[in-house]
Design a protein around this ligand. Structure first.
Ligand code: SF4
Ligand code: SF4
Length: 453
């Protein structure tokens, strides 16, 4: 479907097989001759020794290509072909809101009543034409306390539809291109039905999907005034509508997520500007912006063995932590809600001491709002570690699958999880400090044995 159509985004005619894309890749660092061979193999659809099995889906190669040939999209096309043959790994079910059990459904067992109330409201809100909708997104749904109860929400009608799949962003990164196209059509129906004044996406990634990937790569035009939250925030801070009286005087380092690299870096400066306005001093990591390393989640895209997935992800996340800690900054700031849940889980498993904040939390602190930090994050990190461990156990007995249902049934899923006795028991164990320490130690011990990269 994505081969030789007008929406094909890899520009084969512009590629001269120079190999720079995979030679400069911050993950693969292939010697130039191997890099050349690899791009030739990918173009011809031959076996790939490195890229398809080790790529972190970080987008950097598009920025290294001197000819704007979009090698990243070639990787996605190849993964799409592989997906059509072998399906998705069984563990991937847990990030599919239409599969059972899934992350959102299982997390509902551990959400506080306040969190459940916020989420319920956001999921069932119906926007009126004059509203400005804030797309909360399925990953912020996992950490509703990041923004729940904030004055920032008073400017919007917050909507949280987990079957918007973040505009298909994480599926796109795994090469599930046909599924993303269906999601583009599904979200278009919602947007057309709402017909609202303005839509603000909490994640710049999601704004990029709606404004760029859907129309240019999937052929689905939304034709909406759709901006990202950073733009909205800067506009309102500059106009004096949002005040930041509490200057934080904090040394921070910033995690540039993979999607921030699209559009030549349009998304890098705004979060830095916002942090400066909050009184943060930014100490940059060794790899930033176009060279930035992934939080680890992207390692799942090039999966080889289902059982190895969490170990591959954490082993890549370790690199990010090393760089963040080397800066000596007090805190690592993420402006992506997808990365932050992996960063927190990795922090707990590694026993790192660096603070991690979502950029919205930094803004709220600067506004003078109170957070239950870091307690809420630590609790949630262990909720997520329990869910991933449990899902990994279940996945051992399941087969690869194809993502078919894209619309979830509200009665089946989010607010009606099954009893999940084993998961609850695991979560109780993780309340015991000794067990947490032992589990983290054991996890770190077996990473080298389990990982595939
Ligand atoms: S997407 Fe990132 S990890 Fe993958 S080949 Fe390109 S630069 Fe390397
Ligand atoms: S995609 Fe770009 S960088 Fe990669 S081999 Fe082709 S021309 Fe060179």
């Amino acid at each position: 479907m994505f081969q030789n159509t007008k929406y094909r985004f890899f520009k084969e005619d512009l590629c001269d097989s120079c190999g720079l894309c995979f030679h400069l890749c911050p993950v693969l660092h292939l010697p130039l001759e191997k890099a050349k061979q690899e791009i030739i193999n990918l173009i011809k659809g031959k076996e790939s020794k490195y890229v398809l099995n080790k790529c972190n889906t970080c987008f950097s190669c598009n920025l290294y290509c001197p000819n704007q040939a979009n090698p990243y999209q070639l990787i996605l096309e190849r993964w799409n072909k592989i997906y059509k043959k072998r399906g998705a790994p069984p563990l991937y079910r847990f990030v599919c809101p239409t599969e059972e059990p899934n992350l959102w459904q299982l997390l509902n067992l551990f959400l506080s009543n306040t969190e459940k109330k916020w989420i319920h409201k956001w999921m069932y809100n119906v926007p009126k034409q004059e509203d400005t909708v804030l797309l909360i997104g399925s990953y912020t749904h996992l950490f509703p306390f990041i923004i729940g109860g904030s004055k920032l929400l008073e400017y919007f009608k917050p909507i949280d539809l987990i079957d918007h799949w973040e505009g298909g962003a994480y599926l796109y990164q795994g090469g599930y291109l046909d599924v993303v196209k269906e999601i583009a059509n599904q979200t278009k129906k919602d947007f057309d039905g709402w017909n609202v004044k303005r839509i603000v996406a909490l994640l710049d990634t999601v704004e990029y999907m709606f404004n760029n990937v859907h129309p240019k790569e999937m052929g689905v035009e939304h034709n909406r005034d759709l901006i990202n939250f950073h733009d909205w925030l800067i506009e309102n801070i500059d106009s004096g509508e949002i005040n930041l009286p509490n200057q934080l005087n904090m040394n921070v380092t910033i995690h540039d997520n993979c999607f921030s690299k699209v559009l030549g870096g349009k998304y890098w400066d705004k979060p830095r500007k916002i942090l400066n306005k909050c009184g943060c001093n930014i100490i940059e990591m060794r790899h930033i912006k176009k060279d930035a390393l992934c939080c680890g989640f992207g390692a799942g895209a090039s999966w080889v063995k289902n059982i190895a997935l969490p170990f591959d992800i954490i082993s890549e996340g370790v690199k990010k932590f090393r760089e963040a800690e080397e800066t000596g900054a007090q805190a690592l700031i993420s402006y992506c809600s997808g990365c932050i849940y992996f960063l927190w889980a990795t922090r707990e498993l590694l026993g790192s001491k660096i603070d991690i904040f979502h950029i919205i939390e930094v803004v709220r602190l600067s506004m003078g709002e109170k957070l239950n930090y870091p307690k809420d994050h630590i609790k949630r990190a262990w909720d997520i570690i329990a869910i991933i461990s449990y899902s990994l156990l279940l996945s051992i007995f399941k087969k690869n699958f194809f993502i078919k249902d894209l619309k979830y049934d509200k009665n089946f899923s989010t607010f009606k999880p099954k009893r999940q006795i084993l998961l609850k028991f695991m979560r109780i164990l993780f309340n015991i400090s000794f067990i947490r320490k032992f589990y983290s130690w054991f996890f770190r011990l077996i990473i080298p044995l389990m990982k595939t990269r």
